[in-house]
Design a protein around this ligand. Structure first.
Ligand code: AMP
Length: 361
């Protein structure tokens, strides 16, 4: 069976690697000739709006999925008129625009930071009066890994940020002084069977995820699962959905959702009975879901910018290295390491060693 994937980056590559034992081949559409997924499946090179390429993808694949949020809407419509597309394009339409996303959270009773749409300078002033300072000004679309957003502490920040970002539709959010950031990776199949991985605690630096640790039995689990279930059911969702939250006290506040496999779920590759990548493929192809329980204490460290020496990484007990085959570049995710350990103390020790290697690369 062939699964078409919009995008040929590392998420597409890991989907393809997970598909191989199941006899599932991934076919990627990506404009970049050396897209890193190409070593794990066939690459159709073309723009995401190239109608001939989209038709080839639809013709050859039994189902099409995607690895990023900014797939053009017209392309999804064209694909969906020819082949099954999962998750449903309406999930993507919501997730690609931070304002629509937060509106949906609010409509479903999922708490969010206070937010307002900002198109004009007057909107910004009204917005700051409504949400207070500090606040975060973000582009509504195309933002990822902390790009397209500024924290506003004072009037000068607000002026500078507005001048820098005002070419795009914007959203102003209240700044949440959170205790920690967590995410929930959920998966739902075509029949509505729903599974959740353990809540994951995440650390970001400059807006980029640097470390995730699975937290089985976390006291916030029920709240996170309740919120994610509302989204899955409302969207008639099929596939993996990631929901990112800020935790403050005993409350979860939703930041964003990703209708795809997610960086904070990479620990599941070696750390869970069935990885998020395999479960996403199972869900979109109509196969039964696999168990999501962790196999041990588990976590992940990202390699951002450059890779450390493989030998140093693999000398850490329980470490499993994943190299994406991407050229090093500041701020670019070039690989990660998952780690499995017999207990919490050993896990923390291994993660500290791996984080030090990542920082010194
Ligand atoms: P995002 O692209 O919205 O996921 O933002 C990237 C990171 O910026 C988040 O993981 C947080 O660490 C931080 N951040 C984003 N929005 C807020 C907010 N409203 N309050 C506090 N921190 C935020």
């Amino acid at each position: 069976m062939i699964v078409g994937v919009m995008g040929g980056g590392q998420l597409a590559r890991m989907l393809a690697l997970a598909g191989q034992p199941l006899g599932i081949d991934c076919l990627f559409l990506d404009p970049v000739a050396d897209a890193c997924a190409r070593s794990a499946g066939e690459l159709l090179r073309g723009d995401y709006g190239d109608e001939d390429r989209l038709d080839q993808l639809a013709h050859r694949a039994s189902v099409v999925t995607y690895e990023f949020e900014n797939v053009p809407e017209a392309s999804l419509r064209r694909l969906a008129s020819r082949v099954a597309v999962h998750p449903d394009p309406k999930a993507l339409a919501v997730a690609r625009d931070r304002w629509h996303e937060k509106r949906l959270f609010a409509d479903l009773g999922i708490p969010t930071p206070p937010f307002v749409a900002v198109d004009t300078h007057a909107d910004l002033e009204r917005g700051l009066a409504a949400v207070g300072r500090p606040a975060v000004l973000k582009t509504r679309t195309m933002g990822y890994d902390g790009k397209g957003q500024r924290v506003l502490h004072d009037a000068a920040d607000a002026e500078n940020a507005f001048a820098a970002l005002c070419g795009s539709p914007l959203i102003l959010e209240g700044f949440v002084s959170f205790d920690r950031e967590v995410s929930l990776i959920a998966v739902r199949d075509r029949l509505g069977d729903t599974r959740f991985y353990p809540l994951t605690e995440n650390v970001h630096r400059n807006g980029v995820l640097v470390q995730s640790v699975a937290q089985p039995g976390d006291p916030m689990t029920a709240q996170a699962e309740d919120f994610a279930r509302r989204l899955l059911e409302h969207l008639g969702y099929v596939g993996v959905l990631a929901v990112e939250f800020f935790q403050k006290g005993h409350d979860l506040i939703a930041n964003e959702m990703a209708p795809r496999v997610h960086n904070s779920g990479h620990w599941t590759i070696e750390g869970a009975e069935t990885s998020q990548f395999e479960n996403h493929l199972r869900a979109v192809t109509g196969l039964p879901l696999g168990a999501t329980h962790p196999l041990a204490a588990a976590g992940m460290v990202n390699f951002v910018g450059r890779l450390p020496e493989a030998a140093a990484v693999l000398a850490v007990p329980g470490a499993h290295l994943h190299v994406y085959g991407k050229a090093p570049r500041p701020g670019r995710k070039v690989g990660h390491v998952t780690v499995r350990a017999p207990g919490e103390a050993e896990l923390r020790k291994a993660l500290a060693r791996l984080a030090a290697l990542a920082a010194s690369a």
